[in-house]
Write a protein that binds this ligand. Structure first.
Ligand SMILES: C[S@@+](CC[C@H](N)C(=O)[O-])C[C@H]1O[C@@H](n2cnc3c(N)ncnc32)[C@H](O)[C@@H]1O
Length: 466
């Protein structure tokens, strides 16, 4: 079979990156963009991979019963949501199946029947953090290109997938909590009216480069604007206009970044007005969130995730608990009242400083927070100093745990491990290494990210030998 031809396919499942998958009558596997399981469609093959083809939906012959119409006008273009055209119940089924498949294919361990996946408390406007890019090279539709008309190309939105230099301008994002959309649109209009220049990715010129909006259930909002060229008077005027229009922006900060990439982690963040942090609240605990620190992006569902984690930890008040990859120390503080002592470890020093401050303000004294790279911090010496953990809670980034961290867990053998993961493939890999020492007692997937293929998964491990 060759590329640049169309084939008729019945889509039967979900493959990586949220694409649908089907087989031709000859048994050739095809991953299809924009299709959903259950569709019968003509598919145009555009790429041949080692063991499969990639194609895009060319003509829908008969739509899947799980197909719905997407709510968003940017759907299929911006790349942020893969599944707005799939019913929510079907999304949940496929997420559960993905975790299941990863456990079967990557893990070589026994596991119990999965608990049914916990749906997100809200399906839209659930994200408390959004990052948008400014660009003078807006992605244009075919009709716009063919019209030949001169037009303003300034855009504020998301990178077009696989086009590093094009930004899809966003008018309304249905994942972002309000007033995020209003703030973004206000800034775009203001910048157009006042002639503030947008970043030129190729020439490396222009003022506005990116921005991050963070909202909270307490009502406080953080806005961090990144500039390439900084013109102080225009910056100050823009910020004053924002604060006047949106008094809920209680933390307004900026960065002047002239390096090649727009990552903020090695940059100084300068406070323009308000506080250097915003506060989130959960069960009476307050968490200060600073620009660089991680906080779960779906706040309501984070509460569900933490309750599950706390329940599975099975604490009685006598345990030493380690919270690996603690971020702002949220899980650590969430379980602290049921533990003797909790030790949180996290790479970002600023997050650890905030975790300590949070614990103090929450009047919790049975916590220690240490910053550093996990594999360097979580050593025999460290454990001798802080006491061997009875229970470990671990919530690593998508890459999972470093092998040395897993080996250290096996060496110290805590009674129970609660492994929270946003990537069940790396989770399954890590769990395989532990199978001689731990049994998997419970697998609880949780949906934190409706309309995307991402799924959170919590696993309870119990030491084999009491
Ligand atoms: C998925 S987040 C979990 C945060 C926290 N448990 C929560 O629920 O908010 C993963 C965290 O691991 C941290 N991290 C990433 N790599 C690390 C490393 N090598 N050592 C220590 N922490 C790391 C990140 O900074 C991030 O805060």
């Amino acid at each position: 079979m060759k590329v640049k031809q169309s084939v008729k396919l019945t889509l039967t499942g979900i493959a990586s990156k949220g694409m649908a998958v089907g087989r031709t009558t000859a048994g050739v596997v095809v991953f299809v963009k924009d299709a959903v399981p259950g569709d019968v469609a003509m598919v145009y093959l555009y790429k041949k991979r080692k063991s499969y083809f990639e194609g895009r939906l060319e003509k829908l012959i008969s739509p899947s019963p799980d197909r719905i119409s997407a709510k968003c006008s940017h759907f299929g273009i911006c790349g942020g949501c893969q599944w707005q055209h799939l019913s929510y119940s079907s999304q949940l089924e496929h997420k559960l199946e993905e975790v299941h498949q990863n456990f079967i294919k990557i893990g070589s361990f026994d596991f119990p029947k999965f608990e049914s996946i916990i749906p997100s408390r809200s399906q839209y406007n659930y994200r408390n953090k959004m990052e948008y890019s400014f660009s003078n090279s807006r992605w244009l539709t075919k009709a716009e290109i063919e019209s030949g008309e001169a037009m303003n190309r300034n855009a504020l939105g998301f990178h077009k997938p696989r086009m590093w230099d094009k930004i899809v301008h966003i008018e309304e994002c249905h994942l972002q909590q309000e007033p995020g959309n209003e703030i973004r649109n206000f800034i775009h209009q203001y910048a157009l009216d006042k002639g503030i220049t947008y970043f030129d990715l190729k020439q490396k010129t222009g003022q506005l480069r990116s921005m991050m909006i963070r909202t909270t259930t307490t009502g406080q909002i953080m806005l961090v604007v990144q500039f390439f060229e900084d013109r102080a008077s225009q910056r100050v005027a823009l910020f004053e206009a924002i604060v006047e229009r949106f008094p809920r922006v209680t933390s307004l900060q900026y960065i002047v970044n002239q390096k090649a990439n727009d990552s903020i982690y090695d940059q100084d963040v300068i406070l323009h007005s308000g506080s250097p942090y915003i506060e989130e609240e959960m069960e009476g605990l307050r968490f200060q969130i600073t620009p660089k620190s991680f906080y779960q992006t779906n706040s309501l569902q984070a509460h569900e995730l933490y309750k599950i984690t706390r329940d599975l930890a099975g604490l009685t008040g006598d345990e030493i608990v380690y919270d690996l990859y603690t971020g702002l120390g949220t899980i650590a503080q969430f379980v602290a009242k049921r533990a003797k002592h909790v030790v949180g470890i996290e790479a970002i020093p600023e997050a650890i400083a905030a975790a300590k401050e949070n614990a103090k303000r929450n009047k919790l004294s049975n916590l220690s927070f240490i910053s550093g790279d996990m594999k360097k911090v979580f050593t025999d010496d460290f454990i001798a100093r802080h006491g061997a953990p009875d229970v470990v809670i671990t919530d690593p980034p998508r890459e999972g745990m470093h092998k040395e961290v897993v080996l250290q867990l096996i060496a110290i053998l805590p009674k129970r491990i609660v492994y929270v993961s946003c990537n069940s493939a790396t989770q399954a890999r890590d769990l395989s290494l532990m199978q001689d020492h731990y049994v998997i007692q419970k697998v609880q997937p949780v949906d934190m990210f409706p309309h995307t293929q991402h799924v959170e998964n919590v696993v309870l491990l119990k030491r084999v030998h009491a």
